[in-house]
Design a protein around this ligand. Structure first.
Ligand SMILES: NC(=O)c1ccc[n+]([C@@H]2O[C@H](COP(=O)([O-])OP(=O)(O)OC[C@H]3O[C@@H](n4cnc5c(N)ncnc54)[C@H](OP(=O)(O)O)[C@@H]3O)[C@@H](O)[C@H]2O)c1
Length: 291
């Protein structure tokens, strides 16, 4: 059995029940590992049970507690069943990370700027005017409804209890939209807005202890964007990848582990008077004017 590598800080989440949607994804997996290191009982939710179970197994082998669970965050009945099962086997949910989210090729324009000359000439270069509403709907459903529905279901288990916290995952594209990704930018702006709304809504009436915050990760090389930011053959930065690095004062992409400290802080009593914020974790990208 390999021992966990020690975290560079000490946050005690012992026996807290932590539900992480999209937990087996690139960013979610780092959060699941860190939660387990802090003593939480981690439930990894995704549609692919085998993937979630593989991660759970690797966490359990290193001395933590995790279990995988198959559930679609857009299916309310499946969420209710998952929540009931978790409550009866592990206890009610204390921590919810809404990590399921992502983009869709049909919600993206082919070019950064509209160009009447080239529009309609290359079918692979979708213009704004040809964007497919199915792509938009998919991205809004997954990111916004996929955050709202698990919040409805799991926050109910937090009512009247202390030390409960929700962390949503927004994006750099929520502050100012990134070119091309029209649907994703709108959907993540909605996630940030919903984070503030729910933080206010749950701050007094239901329980003073449910805090709702979000992180806004900057740019991470993941399967979703690797070949947008780096060349498939050479691994060199693409023009878009270069632009991002030039606009990032810390001059690098993030790693999933870069998200861990701020996320644990938001989940722990160390941030007990913090609710309704969206924390950029972006190497300074959102602070930099470009000059
Ligand atoms: N990567 C980045 O650079 C970046 C930057 C900013 C924000 N983000 C956001 O961070 C979050 C995680 O991103 P990531 O890069 O780690 O993505 P990822 O690797 O694609 O992971 C997303 C996870 O969500 C799960 N998922 C997707 N649809 C689902 C559904 N309907 N129900 C339940 N689970 C579902 C997937 O598992 P199954 O396929 O098993 O369902 C997958 O494991 C997303 O919200 C993303 O938008 C990412």
């Amino acid at each position: 059995m390999t021992a966990f590598a020690a975290l560079p800080f000490d946050i005690d989440l012992k026996n807290k029940v932590a539900v992480v949607t999209g937990g087996a994804g690139v960013l979610g997996a780092a959060m699941c590992r860190a939660l387990a290191q802090c003593g939480a009982k981690v439930v990894i939710i995704g549609r692919d049970l085998a993937k979630a179970e593989r991660l759970a197994e690797s966490i359990n082998e290193t001395g933590g507690f995790a279990q995988g669970m198959s559930c679609d965050v857009l299916n309310r009945e499946a969420l209710e069943n998952a929540a009931a099962h978790i409550a009866s086997t592990l206890g009610p949910c204390d921590i919810l990370i809404n990590g399921a989210g992502g983009n869709h090729p049909k919600g993206i324009t082919g070019q950064e700027y509209f160009d009447a000359e080239t529009t309609g000439k290359d079918p692979a270069q979708t213009s704004f005017f040809d964007l497919d509403m199915e792509g938009f709907k998919f991205v809004f459903d997954l990111n916004l409804m996929g955050t709202l529905l698990p919040s409805q279901v799991f926050a109910k288990q937090m009512l009247g209890r202390t030390g409960c916290s929700i962390v949503n995952i927004s994006s750099m594209s929520a502050f100012r939209p990134l070119t091309k990704v029209a649907a994703y930018s709108g959907a993540k702006a909605a996630v940030s807005n919903f984070t503030q709304w729910l933080a206010v809504h749950l701050a007094q009436e239901c329980s003073p202890e449910i805090r709702v915050n979000a992180i806004a990760p900057g740019f991470f090389l993941t399967e979703q964007n690797r070949f947008l930011l780096t060349d498939k053959e050479t691994g060199a930065l693409t023009a878009r990848g270069n632009k991002i690095i030039e606009h990032s004062p810390m001059a690098r992409f993030g790693t999933p582990e870069d998200l861990v400290g701020a996320t644990l802080w938001l989940l722990s009593p160390a941030s007990k008077f913090v609710t309704g914020i969206v924390v950029p974790i972006d190497g300074g990208f959102s602070a930099y004017s470009g000059v």
